[in-house]
Design a protein around this ligand. Sequence first.
Ligand code: BGC
Length: 905
Amino acid sequence: MFGLIACVLAAGGADGALSPADLTCELLKDPLGIDVLRPRLAWRLVAADPATRGLKQTAYRILVASDLRTLSKGKGNLWDTGKVLSDTNWQIPYKGQSLTSRLTCFWKVKCWDQDGNESDWSKPAKWTVGLLETSDWGAKWIGYETNLRPTPVVATYEKPHADWVQDRPAPIFRRTFSAKPGLKSAVASVCGVGLYELRLNGKKVGDHELDPPFTRYDKRCLYSTFDVTKQIKQGENALGMLIGNGWFDVNENEEWNFLNAHWRAKPRFILNLHLTYADGTSENVVSDGTWKAVHGPVLRDAIRNGEVFDAREEPAGWDKPGFDDAKWQSVEVVDGPKGALRSLSMPAIKTMQTLKPVKIAEPKPGQYVLDFGQNIAGRCVLGVKAKPGTEITIRYGERLAPDGTLDMRLMLFGVFAGPFQTEKYTASGKGLESWHSRFTYSGFRYVQVSGLPAKPTQKTLVAQVLHTAFEDTGTFECSNPLLNDIVRITRWAYKGNYVGIPTDCPHREKNGWTGDAHVISETAQFLFENTAAYEKWINDFKDEQPPAGDFPGIIPNPGWGYGIGPAWDSAYIIIPWNIYLYRGDKRILEEHYEGMKRFVDCLAGRAKDYIVEYGLPDWLPPKTGTPTPITSTGYFYCDAKTLAKIALLLGHKDDAARYSELANNIQKAFVKSFLKADGKVGEGSQAAQACALFFGLVSPTDSQKVAAALAANVEANDGHLDVGFHGNRWLFSALSDAGHHDLAYRIATQTTFPSIGNMLKQGATTIWEDWYANNSLNHVAFGCVVGWYYTHLAGIQIDPDQPGFKHFTVRPRPAGDLKWVKASTMTPCGKVAVEWRLTGKTFTLKVTVPPNATSTVWVPCDDALSVAESGRTAASAQGVRFIGMKDGSAQFEVGSGSYKFRARR
Ligand code: BGC
């Protein structure tokens, strides 16, 4: 009888306790131009009643159709998976009909819950296929005056050259085309290197900034896909294009030698605008020799130096139909930058926020300094009414001199030529003018502006925050406001340092330093959803890896910096592994497995008796350095051990055995070379001790001694850290896991030097590069302590055996004066949230486990019997199973749902 009822209900649909939502393809919502042949589809499960516990998906059915009507009829002409018995709701590779260029794929999904109830279909989502073959473009790369080279200026660190070296303004391009009646769709595929802005009928196309993100242009160039149907009108239309130098054509002498980059050439672009009509016909408007070009209003532009724009040089209406371009020149059809054209399958760089100045000062007559109250990566938008020819200069920096003017000295040293983070705007004089640079960005909190016709108001200059448009998905708050402030400035530092690629700093270098990126990558998994951008950057590693197997220290790279060592290069193992653990997707491991092996084999080949002696050491400790062999060998061990796990996961048993053995040998060699009888590692620096503990290089017995020596060192420093950014990554977890949790908390809450608290006391709005403020004030690496807040204070810990939060642990760890913690993070299953509070002797813990996930929850208590859940004895509460007592906590296994535990402690 019951079976019959269930059957009737199932046939009607919509009775499931779960419904699929948040559909993504290749981690993106309704992406355009996807060029992988088996894109990964994912969704999240929403509970009809959030109070329901133990929700699970037991099956799904995906339909993919080439038009919405077919899909709405419940048909998948491209793919119908049928009912698949599976609890997986993410990264399911498409296995339907072969995908062809420009196809639009509409899809939806339904699922079955733990009781076999069927959900409704999700709302439809879509993706479009990019241009899979080079011939699909039917277009040529074009440029203007591409053979002209500026006269080289010899500038060095000792002999800087303050002026611009670019000798010609950036070109602008145009062409017109006619659109027939009955236009159904218009899609533009475009790549312009270094940077471009595409315009159509007088308006910018899309909302991407600084597009495309930086890649090794001779290996891979990213193109964007825009739906421009609404911007096109019947009859004559005009396309306009501006191109700038970006990273492609760095003209200035600087420390990092981009002047001699392998790919360097004059900017160029390729474009295909595909028009489809209701009658089934289509046509392509492409970049080719028919375009016209001229020098434009961007007189100078450089990624690190800024931009010079003369509004008088902008031909009125140049990007609109009807403009007379008779005097414009022919363009050159040129070679492409050699790199394969690949779709931009990550969020573009966008304007994410706009800030008004919080203070406007006039330290010198006519020279204004605006304080935006926050160190950011971005640019200003200038709004001004001025006489024609008025020159306004905007300089960007993060410090002020005692006299209140901008002090750029500490950020200048890498760039020997050009004005550095300086923009110049010359007014056209035509009413209210609004302008921002297009081909540069700056790291700044302060802006110094001169040449304004009047004292600036709050509207004269506003700051746009630019970064890769990833989502802010994690929240953390606790009773100690200092930690909340540290989370805030870490978040800002991360944003300022993810502009297309992860960078070290947004001003001085803007370089993709690999060590900085991996140190913060676990923290980033909690705070943001940035997987697609990491996947892109890890592909950049592939483009850089030589047959020898190692990597340059910055990626993408103009051709130097191999031998920086494993403390940086290990990003190639650590970041993919973190993505696997936190997002539960093996693809990144599969795609890079061979490269990872070559990297670890390279280290093994260079190691002497399993000790890696070369490379950069722990970076910028306040006092005590750590010998490179300790940190480099620590990373070597981590790499070999992780690679052995990856090999096992991917079914390569022989490799797994080989890398496990390698890891064992490294461990033995490490102990033999560095561990002393008194528990000191090497000379006993904090980073050395923490390295041994964090990576598990010492036996459980020895680790007590090693931890005691570390704790003694911290005590001797009056409860302060003495680590650089690698040591800082290890220190907190190493102490907490070895029984010194309160000490870790003490270090984390210091407000005297050296500490992040001390940075805050001195007005930091982002994390600094070093404890002294001697370098950049916007480096994210030290912010990785926030990861420890999540894993060791809130206590949210992934389970490596069930990655992607399919199963996770909640182990709240009260420490010091901490009274409560409230944290959440977005996972492939949905939102995980933890809130604990200690009131007198009562400990309360609220846990939210998303559908399709399970969790082991630790409740600190004296006695398991004293634990209640939603007012009942926990062990008898619905969906709660008591496992046992461990380390002063009662452990319970729970399924999805919200739980409220209460215990005496
Ligand atoms: C960067 C660091 C980087 C280091 C390595 C510095 O200039 O700013 O963050 O990791 O170089 O050498």
